[in-house]
Design a protein around this ligand. Structure first.
Ligand SMILES: Cc1cc2nc3c(=O)[nH]c(=O)nc-3n(C[C@H](O)[C@H](O)[C@H](O)COP(=O)(O)OP(=O)(O)OC[C@H]3O[C@@H](n4cnc5c(N)ncnc54)[C@H](O)[C@@H]3O)c2cc1C
Length: 347
């Protein structure tokens, strides 16, 4: 089905005020706007209704529904079918207009039913979040580190969090994606599986750039592995700035953590920023400049640290307000650390 509104193929033509709101708002887009003869419309409408009755909610060349991970990997190898998990990115990016089912130019494979990808477990101190875990499952899982749970809990609305998966959030590789920020701060690794084997790499390396990852055509993301820090973090912090409290894409997000020993020495410090460049911004070299420092000397070292941090933020993606907000957030977290409060989570 390609045509809903015949005669409105000419993009320069302005619909009159008597035409429906959907048309005035410019729906449907692109090739849907081709003019067609009336008999074609009846045919298309009939086909559309029949498809909806039959429960077909997407238009694809082929849709695979594998029963287990082994079958999914075989299908991926043989057909290169694109995985759909929660569909909250894919269905939106391939939408074609109000009331029109999304259309995919390639075969797809639904992976939400794969039990092998729906676990959160701990082994040898490392937490594994499998790719099919939803944001809601992550938000309520006590095994998962605080910042990852917090980031998951602030993504979209509850209905979205029930569907959206961590695998989709990572593989979508949006610079504004929320989960990679705390995960990269925690040095998380990804495990990629294919019919021929598996490999692991740092999440920071897996995300190559905006909407780009190192996933091969025959691979699936299986799990995200979060290693334990050498010593438990003393202070944890996560902040997301969006246009409103719920259902907002990040304008800026930051995840930070510090470990301070009994003598007041900072033995570990990490910080990562989202929505601040083509991918999550983190610099171990800049972090090193305050590691080993006594908290009493933080205030005097802070201006130099903030200037060095500023350099790692992308000039294109960081208008001044984002830069100054980043500065203020870091300043706030580190000044809290220097006060050595009793609470681990800094609000
Ligand atoms: C209203 C709304 C609000 C949103 N709010 C936020 C927000 O606050 N923060 C945020 O970060 N995002 C937000 N998003 C974006 C989206 O919900 C998330 O990125 C979500 O985590 C995507 O997961 P999914 O399972 O729906 O991915 P899908 O749409 O199913 O897939 C996304 C991509 O990942 C690939 N993929 C999925 N699973 C795998 C796998 N196991 N292996 C390999 N590739 C895989 C797919 O092929 C596709 O390319 C929002 C979206 C909407 C519609």
């Amino acid at each position: 089905m390609r045509v809903l509104h015949p005669g409105y193929g000419d993009r320069s033509r302005k619909p009159s005020c008597f035409e429906s709101g959907a048309i005035r708002r410019g729906y449907p887009f692109g090739d849907l706007r081709e003019p067609v003869s009336m008999h074609r419309i009846r045919f298309d409408r009939g086909e559309h209704q029949a498809r909806r009755k039959a429960g077909e909610w997407i238009m694809v060349e082929t849709c695979y529904i594998p029963k287990d991970l082994a079958e999914a990997l075989r299908i991926r190898k043989e057909t290169g079918a694109h995985p759909i998990a929660g569909g909250t990115d894919l269905m939106v990016s391939h939408r074609r207009g109000t009331g029109v089912v999304p259309k995919f130019p390639w075969p797809v494979m639904i992976i939400t039913q794969l039990k092998e990808l729906q676990k959160i477990e701990e082994e040898d101190g490392e937490v594994s979040i499998y790719a099919g875990s939803t944001c809601h499952e992550i938000e309520v899982a006590e095994l998962v580190p605080y910042q990852v749970r917090k980031a998951a809990s602030l993504m979209g609305a509850q209905s979205l969090r029930n569907l959206a998966t961590i695998g989709g959030n990572i593989c979508n590789a949006s610079p504004k994606g929320d989960l990679p920020v705390p995960l990269i701060m925690l040095d998380a690794r990804v495990e990629l599986v294919s019919a021929t084997g598996k490999r692991q790499m740092l999440l920071d390396e897996f995300i190559d750039g905006p909407k780009r990852t190192k996933l091969q055509d025959d691979e699936l993301l299986a799990r995200i592995i979060i290693p334990q820090p050498k010593a438990p973090f003393t202070y944890l912090w996560y902040r997301k700035i969006g246009t409103r409290r719920a259902n907002a894409i990040s304008k800026l997000s930051m995840s930070a953590a510090a470990t301070v020993d009994t003598h007041g020495i900072i033995v570990d410090f990490r910080s990562a920023n989202g929505a601040s460049g083509p991918k999550v911004a983190r610099s171990r070299a800049v972090e090193e400049t305050i590691i080993g420092l006594s908290v009493d000397r933080l205030a005097e070292r802070l201006p130099a640290f903030l200037d060095a941090y500023d350099v790692i933020l992308s000039p294109q993606a960081m208008p001044q307000y984002r830069r100054s907000s980043t500065r203020r957030m870091l300043e706030f977290f580190l000044s809290e650390v220097s006060k050595r409060p009793d609470t681990t989570i800094i609000e």
